[in-house]
Design a protein around this ligand. Structure first.
Ligand SMILES: C[S@@+](CC[C@H](N)C(=O)[O-])C[C@H]1O[C@@H](n2cnc3c(N)ncnc32)[C@H](O)[C@@H]1O
Length: 194
């Protein structure tokens, strides 16, 4: 069955939405075939509202960027290099357009997980593609370790019905794990590379 992140030939139906996260207002274009096209996903909001921005500097990679809300929000609030990647070409195109429309400079590129990622980052952040399956999600969460500088952090959000508890247990074997927030079954997780 086709999923939203497949590059299927869906009829386009672009629309503009306004997203407010804390004091940041983003004007975003979304479309059919991208994640959470009508409004900001609750998990993404919880992740962004609970990020310790003061711990984020130098360089950020937003994995599974969709139409770009995470990377663009961070680029608006932190002065550092922001890279964003996804497998969904329509989402990548929107992310580039949204970055331009919101006056931020980011680097957006296509990558299945870390396949085309050649740098190391101080921060990797993701609302992972649960519907892509555990193998893909674990590849993104555990593969981050290879792309973080020493002491760098992975931030992610996962719902309890999407295996948050077992994922947190598994993450503890590879990272120092801190739960930053819990709400409506979502866990905002900080994983420090050790
Ligand atoms: C839950 S959505 C999050 C989108 C966006 N970051 C947000 O928070 O609104 C997960 C994203 O991961 C992307 N994705 C799916 N499989 C992927 C893969 N193998 N590598 C990278 N990104 C993938 C999807 O296309 C989708 O945009």
């Amino acid at each position: 069955m086709a999923q939203y992140f497949d590059n299927v030939d869906l009829v386009s139906n672009r629309r503009s939405i306004v997203i407010k996260i804390k004091n940041t207002v983003l004007n975003m274009i979304t479309d059919n075939g991208v994640f959470s096209k009508s409004k900001l996903d609750f998990g993404t909001r919880l992740l962004l509202e609970n990020l310790p921005l003061e711990e984020i500097h130098d360089s950020i990679l937003d994995v599974g960027c969709g139409y770009g809300v995470i990377g663009i929000y961070l680029a608006k609030n932190i002065s550092c290099q922001v890279d964003m990647c996804d497998v969904n070409r329509r989402a990548l195109h929107l992310a580039k357009t949204n970055a331009k429309n919101n006056q931020v400079s980011v680097h957006v590129f296509e990558s299945d997980g870390y396949q085309n990622v050649t740098s190391k980052y101080q921060t990797i952040i993701t609302n992972p593609p649960i519907r892509a399956g555990k193998e893909v999600v674990y590849r993104i969460l555990f593969g981050a370790k290879e792309h973080l500088v020493p002491g760098g952090n992975l931030f992610c959000v996962i719902h309890k019905d999407q295996g948050a508890k077992s994922t947190i247990s598994a993450l503890k074997e590879s990272y120092n794990v801190t739960i930053l927030e819990k709400s409506k079954g979502f866990f905002v997780i900080k994983c420090t590379s050790c």
